[in-house]
Design a protein around this ligand. Structure first.
Ligand code: FAD
Length: 422
C-alpha cells in the first residue's frame, strides 16, 4: 500500500495552505480532492466566455502571509459599495442608515421605533439582538426578513457569536443622517476589496495549486484512523503518517470507523447553508452594482453580484453578468432549478435590471456547503466532534473542518497552522 507522510483531504484554500506548510517543513504532502479541479469554494466555471465564481468573492486579506501569496497575482481594487433592493426601492447599504428614499411617514415610524428600542435582551439570540440594536420596526422590516432568506432560518434560533464586525451597530446620528441625505459615509467593515485581473478569484491561489501535489477525482469514502488508512471511491488506498482534513465535520464523521454515538449525534446537529447559484450572461451592459442584497420574498435569491464588474475580463467585450445566490438550510436545496431560473428572469424585470431580450443564458448549479449556521448551542456540538478528531490525531482545518465563519484568508491560515492545532 502507498504510504504518504502528510495526507490532506480537500484541495480548497485550507488544504492548499496545509500543503504550503508541509513544503516549508520539508515534509511530503499529497492532497486528495473529490472534484476534477482544485480550489474548492474559490473555484470558478466558464460559460461561453463568461466566468463565474462560486458566489461573491472579493479579498480583504490583511495578513502578511496571505498577502505575500495573493499579491503575486495582478489585481483590481473596488470600493466596498453595495446596495439593497426592497419592494421597488433601491437603498444604499446598510439600509437602516440609508432610509432616505422612503416616504417621510415611514421614516418617522422607523426612527420612533428605534428610539423606543429595548435597552436589554431577555435572552441572547439574534432576533433579540436585532430588536435591541435597531428597534422592532426596523428589525422586522429589514434584517429579520433578510435572515429568513440568507440564513434560511428564523433569527430566534440563531446565536449572536458570529456577528463580530459583520453587522453595523445602530447609532442615532447615522440613522438620522441617512434619513435626510444620500450622501452618507460607507461603514462597511472593509474599505477596499481586491480581485484578480484575470482568471477569477481562484487566480489568487493559483501559485499554491501549482506547487502542491494534488490528486483530483479522489473522493474519500472511508477513513480507518487506527490503521491510518484512507480509501477513495476509485479504490485507491493510502496509508498516512499524519492526516489533515478540510472536509465538513458532518461529512468526515460519516467516513470514520467506530464513531461513538454521541459524536455522530453532535455532528448531525451541525448545519450549514447550501447555495443555489443562478448565473446570468447578458448581451449588453445592464449591471450597475458590484453586489446587492434583495429583501423581497417573491425573489428567491437573497443576494447577487456582478462578475463583470469584479473584472471586465469575466465577460466578453460589451457584455455583462450577474450571479444570484439563493440559500437553503442543509446540503439539499429547497428549490428546483427551473423555478430558480424563471424566478431570476422575473427578478431582473422587477428590479429594472434587464429584460428577456438582454439575457444570453441562465445557468444553475448547487453548492452543498456554503455558510456554517450558528444555531444556538452549535458550539457545544462542534466541540464534541472536534475533540473526537483530535483524539484520533486528525487535524481538522478550514471553514468546514473548524466549522466556523472563516473568510478565504482565514481558511488559508487555518490550513497553514495545522501543526499547532494538534
Ligand atoms: C457565499 C460565500 C461568499 C464568500 N465570500 C468570500 C469573500 O468575499 N472573501 C473571502 O475571503 N472569503 C469568502 N468566502 C469564504 C471562502 O469561500 C472560504 O473561507 C474558503 O473558500 C473555504 O476554504 P476551505 O478549503 O476551508 O473549504 P472548501 O473550499 O470547501 O474546500 C474543501 C474541499 O474538500 C473537497 N471535498 C469534500 N468532500 C471530499 C471528499 N469526500 N473527498 C475528497 N475531497 C472532498 C471539496 O471538493 C473541496 O474542494 C465566502 C464563502 C461563501 C460560502
Amino acid at each position: 500500500m502507498e504510504q504518504i507522510d502528510v495526507l490532506i483531504l480537500g484541495a480548497g484554500v485550507a488544504g492548499l495552505g496545509a500543503a504550503l506548510r508541509c513544503r516549508e517543513m520539508n515534509r511530503r504532502a499529497v492532497i486528495l480532492e473529490a472534484r476534477d479541479s482544485a480550489g474548492g469554494l474559490l473555484d470558478n466555471f466558464v460559460i461561453d466566455g463568461f466566468r463565474f465564481d462560486h458566489a461573491v468573492h472579493l479579498s480583504f486579506a490583511k495578513e502578511p502571509k496571505v498577502r505575500e501569496i495573493f499579491d503575486r497575482t495582478p489585481y483590481l481594487t473596488h470600493p466596498a459599495d453595495s446596495t439593497c433592493f426592497d419592494q421597488g426601492t433601491w437603498f444604499k447599504h446598510p439600509v437602516q442608515n440609508n432610509l432616505v428614499p422612503l416616504p417621510a411617514q415611514e421614516k418617522v415610524a422607523l426612527i420612533e421605533s428605534f428610539l423606543g428600542r429595548r435597552d436589554t435582551m431577555d435572552e441572547d439570540n439574534y432576533e433579540n439582538w436585532l430588536r435591541h440594536q435597531y428597534g422592532d420596526a426596523i428589525a422586522e422590516r429589514y434584517p429579520l426578513r433578510y435572515t429568513r432568506k440568507y440564513w434560511a432560518s428564523e433569527a430566534a434560533r440563531l446565536s449572536t457569536t458570529w456577528i463580530g464586525d459583520r453587522m453595523r451597530r445602530a447609532q442615532l446620528d447615522e440613522i438620522l443622517y441617512g434619513a435626510f441625505t444620500d450622501d452618507t459615509p460607507n461603514h462597511y467593515y472593509t474599505k477596499e476589496m481586491r480581485y484578480p485581473v484575470e482568471g477569477g478569484y481562484k487566480a489568487f491561489i493559483q501559485p499554491l495549486i501549482a506547487e502542491a501535489e494534488i490528486r483530483l477525482g479522489r473522493k474519500v469514502v472511508r477513513i480507518d484512523p487506527r490503521q491510518r488508512v484512507v480509501r477513495c471511491a476509485n479504490g485507491d488506498e493510502i496509508q498516512y503518517g499524519q492526516l489533515v482534513s478540510t472536509l465538513p465535520l458532518p461529512v468526515i464523521t460519516t467516513l470514520l470507523e467506530d464513531v461513538p454515538a454521541a459524536v455522530s449525534e453532535a455532528a448531525r446537529n451541525l448545519v450549514a447553508s447550501s447555495i443555489d447559484l443562478v448565473s446570468v450572461g447578458f448581451r449588453r451592459n445592464v449591471v450597475r452594482d458590484l453586489w446587492f442584497y434583495i429583501y423581497d420574498e417573491d425573489i428567491l435569491a437573497s443576494r447577487a453580484y456582478a462578475p463583470s464588474i469584479k473584472s471586465p475580463n469575466n465577460a466578453p467585450p460589451g457584455c455583462s453578468s450577474l450571479q444570484f445566490e439563493a440559500y437553503s438550510r442543509g446540503p439539499q436545496s429547497q428549490f428546483d432549478a427551473d423555478t430558480l431560473k424563471e424566478n431570476t428572469a422575473y427578478a431582473l424585470q422587477k428590479m429594472g435590471i434587464g429584460t428577456a431580450d438582454d439575457i444570453l443564458f441562465i445557468d444553475h448549479r448547487h453548492v452543498p456547503y456554503g455558510n456554517v449556521i450558528f444555531d444556538i448551542g452549535m458550539e457545544d456540538h462542534r466541540e464534541i466532534v472536534r475533540r473526537h478528531l483530535l483524539e484520533l490525531g486528525i487535524a481538522s482545518r478550514g471553514r468546514f473542518g473548524e466549522w466556523d465563519y472563516l473568510w478565504s484568508n482565514q481558511s488559508l491560515l487555518s490550513g497553514y497552522h495545522w501543526p499547532e492545532a494538534l
